[in-house]
Design a binder for this molecule. Structure first.
Ligand code: NAD
Length: 372
């Protein structure tokens, strides 16, 4: 079930060009082409031209190119979805903004705060809409929890928790090819955003991380990390834990909770549905195995929201209103990335690290309250 309004009566769908048609990009392509009335997939750019051409043919997309610059030069394209490798996110975001294309960029936007500032400058200069792929905000249960939080169910947040366990079979054969800080920059970045979002009137101040290669100990010397726990202190005093592991044998497991003075909200469960089977062997349930299973609707809804924002800019109509802040932008990208960078510093030093750009603990204006 979608929690976001999708206006199917919109006369002109937003024309979107996809940049990067790999695992995530191909899923976004299908959503844009088939599941979002407010958008149409107008073009695909990927240097791996063969699979891109095959995908385009399957989805009825006429324009395929190896070079994203062709999309930026096309006046018929309103917006781009960037789902290429992370090192290209910033240059592509900047080039798109300068070409007046609205941008949906997969996380993390950039791996450095300096580069993210360059995107911020380009976006501020041109006024395009820039949105990041923090899809958990669009999952029905996370959004319901966030709405409860705004309604006062939790009171003042005191403890928060977010976890990601990627599906695996107990070994990571490609560990040598995993960039060193993937744990924080690509995986836990989702948890950092979820925690920031679920403690909305506060800033992360400091973090202390324990991390290791417990799934693939033989890669530890090379700096590989597959297991991590980060303890985060927020400016309103709340203490959060984010944890991840790259190999859950039972599937893809994402959960979050905020506990406070008045109660607790939780989102996510390890099982695919609420259905349980009770047999002589005990109690069992199916589990989601892939991110595109668990978050299929959330991935669609984040792009539907993006298209609605772009259409609102283009048509001079009101931007979507979700009742609580949902659409993640550059400030959210910055807060999550600042946490990821502080985690890397903590791993390197073995001590707690301050989070760049945050207000000191207890000085935040909104300490204790919860923003709608
Ligand atoms: N939100 C999520 O849950 C989620 C999940 C998985 C991946 N992602 C993100 O999606 C992005 C892509 O990840 P992936 O797993 O799909 O990777 P992938 O390797 O499967 O796909 C990357 C694609 O980008 C193409 N590419 C390379 N250079 C390019 C360029 N200069 N211009 C255009 N395309 C280029 C490659 O040919 C490939 O097809 C990453 O930012 C990743 O963090 C997000």
């Amino acid at each position: 079930m979608s929690y976001l309004p999708v206006d199917s009566a919109r006369p002109e769908p937003v024309r979107v060009g996809l940049i990067g048609a790999g695992w995530m990009g191909a899923f976004h392509a299908r959503s844009l082409a088939e599941r979002i009335p407010g958008a149409t997939l107008a073009a695909i750019a990927d240097p791996a031209i063969e699979p891109a051409t095959k995908l385009a043919a399957e989805l009825g997309v006429e324009k395929v190119t190896a070079d994203a610059a062709d999309l930026f030069a096309d006046p018929a394209i309103d917006a781009v979805v960037i789902a290429g490798p992370i090192r290209f996110h910033a240059p592509l975001s900047i080039a798109a903004a300068r070409a007046d294309k609205h941008v949906f960029c997969e996380k993390p936007g950039s791996t450095t705060l300096e580069e993210l500032a360059e995107i911020e400058a380009a976006v501020a200069e041109t006024g395009v809409h820039w949105q990041i792929g923090f899809n958990r905000r669009y999952a029905a249960d996370f959004l319901a929890a966030r709405r409860d939080l705004a309604a006062g169910v939790v009171g003042t947040p005191q403890l928060l928790r977010s976890l990601t366990r990627d599906p695996g079979n107990g070994s990571i054969p490609h560990a040598a090819r995993v960039p060193q800080w993937t744990m924080f920059l690509e995986t836990l970045i989702h948890d950092f955003d979820a925690l920031n979002w679920m403690n909305p009137s506060a800033e992360p101040v400091s973090v202390h991380v324990f991390a290791d290669a417990l799934v693939e100990p033989s890669f530890k010397e090379a700096g590989f990390i597959d297991t991590a726990v980060a303890t985060i202190r927020y400016s309103n005093g709340a203490i959060a834990v984010a944890e991840a592991n790259f190999s859950a044998l039972y599937g893809y497991d994402v959960r979050g909770e905020t506990f406070g003075s008045a109660g607790m909200v939780q989102a996510g469960r390890a099982t695919e549905t609420a259905a349980c089977r009770y047999t002589a062997d005990g109690v069992g349930a199916e589990t989601p195995r892939l991110n595109i299973e668990l978050f299929a609707d959330a991935y669609r809804d984040e792009l539907a929201d993006f298209a609605a924002h772009v259409a609102a800019r283009r048509d001079g109509t009101a931007a979507p209103d979700h009742g609580v802040p949902v659409t993640p932008g550059l400030a959210d990208a910055r807060r999550a990335l600042a946490l990821a960078r502080a985690c890397i510093e903590s791993v390197q030093s073995g001590a707690a690290a301050g989070v760049a750009g945050s207000a000191p603990e207890g000085t935040h204006d909104g300490a204790g309250s919860v923003a709608r």
